[in-house]
Design a protein around this ligand. Structure first.
Ligand SMILES: Cc1cc2nc3c(=O)[nH]c(=O)nc-3n(C[C@H](O)[C@H](O)[C@H](O)COP(=O)(O)O)c2cc1C
Length: 361
């Protein structure tokens, strides 16, 4: 029904306006009865899908990637759609409008998006108030991550204080915190992936982590392998819990659509790149840190490829726009179908079996 009715209507209007409509709908679902009703349609509950990583238990491996629910307005709706975790944000310490519109572009022939949102954010203080309300309204949520970024007005050399402000305010309300140093739309942000800057930032967050929340670091797909090795080293030294790979790419390889818009590319054209980054990180970590794979996932096969490359969990964003609200259900049902056929008792076993079949083939 989404593809025949809702999608054509959404795709006939400006992407950000469509997103605003979805947010309005999400606000209606932001209560327990509606969220529970949605779950009865969309949630796939099966203990074989459960994943334990970084000190948390996830009911299934498919999470919502950061950026879709920046201000925690859609928690009821997204929980209703069956996500196994939600990464909210990116939120910045200071409220800010983000970049001028238009700033999201559909590349329908590529199943992709380009965005240069620039962290529009109500600010960390406003998010804190909303999260307090959400925790009261929904006592039993899947793990909630809060993704934090740098305020535009803050100079790169003052970034640590800016991140620490959001971290101290929001980490008590989060199950984990993701440190975003990889969005391409805030000037200078990606410099924070450089070894010395990243180490200083992560050590400061470790010292600020009085509530002992798991800290994950979100990386770009455009780093060189040696730069990625440095990121891994920093994360290990600072005692981080894991790495989220990847954010959107500045690359434009393999696009069918002719488009000249600045911003980060997401969706199908990013899939292979993100998968290679996850495989590279997974091989070097050998289980010392957690790994979340994100980028272009739209089928259960894509999920299994990410898990087989070393991820414990995955996240989706762009495919939700193209595939609609049943996406998470289809991904989890697809995983279960694969597990049934191969007699796998866990998601990890399924990832091993999937990898083994590809090696033999
Ligand atoms: C419109 C849009 C906004 C995004 N905003 C954020 C953000 O605020 N913070 C962040 O870490 N990632 C953000 N992302 C990146 C996604 O979280 C994800 O890493 C990326 O889109 C790749 O996944 P996908 O191909 O499934 O979309 C955004 C992506 C899109 C499409």
């Amino acid at each position: 029904m989404y593809k025949t009715l809702a999608k054509p209507a959404f795709f006939a209007i400006d992407p950000e306006r469509a997103h605003d409509l979805m947010r309005a709908a999400g606000r209606i679902a932001n209560n327990r009865p509606v969220s529970r009703l949605l779950r009865s349609f969309y949630d796939v509950w099966d203990s074989r899908l459960a994943v334990h990583v970084g000190g948390l238990s996830f009911p299934n491996p498919v999470g919502l990637a950061a950026g879709l629910d920046k201000q925690a307005e859609l928690v009821g709706l997204m929980t209703g759609l069956g996500f196994g975790h939600l990464e909210l944000g990116t939120v910045t310490a200071q409220p800010q409008p983000g970049n001028p519109k238009p700033r999201i572009f559909r590349l329908a022939a590529d199943n992709a998006l380009i965005n240069r949102m620039g962290f529009p954010s109500g600010g960390a203080d406003a998010l804190k108030i909303r999260l307090q309300r959400i925790r009261r309204t929904f006592p039993a949520l899947p793990p909630i991550g809060i993704n934090i970024g740098k305020s535009k007005a803050t100079e790169i050399d003052q970034a640590i204080d800016d991140y620490c402000y959001s971290f101290k305010l929001l980490s008590p309300l989060a199950d984990y915190v993701a440190v975003n140093v990889s969005s391409p739309n805030t000037q200078g942000l990606r410099q924070l992936q450089e070894k010395d800057r990243l180490k200083a930032l992560l050590l400061a967050l470790r010292d600020a982590n009085t509530h002992r929340r798991p800290i994950w670091v979100k990386v770009a797909p455009d780093l060189t392998w040696s730069a990625l090795e440095e990121v891994i080293e920093c994360c290990l030294e600072a005692g981080c819990t894991g790495i989220v790979a990847t954010n959107t790419t500045l690359g434009r390889e393999g696009l069918v659509t002719v488009i000249d818009q600045a911003g980060g590319l997401s969706g199908a054209p990013l899939r292979q790149k993100s998968l290679e980054v996850v495989r590279f990180i997974g091989a070097r970590l050998s289980g010392r840190l957690g790994l979340i794979g994100v980028g272009g996932i739209s089928t259960a096969d894509d999920v299994l490829a990410m898990l087989s490359a070393g991820a414990s969990l995955v996240q989706v964003y762009t495919a939700l726009v193209y595939e609609g609200p049943a996406l998470v259900k289809h991904l989890n049902q697809g995983l279960l179908a694969f597990m049934e056929q191969r007699g796998c008792r866990s998601v990890q076993e399924a990832a091993l079996a999937w990898g083994e079949e590809r090696r033999v083939a």
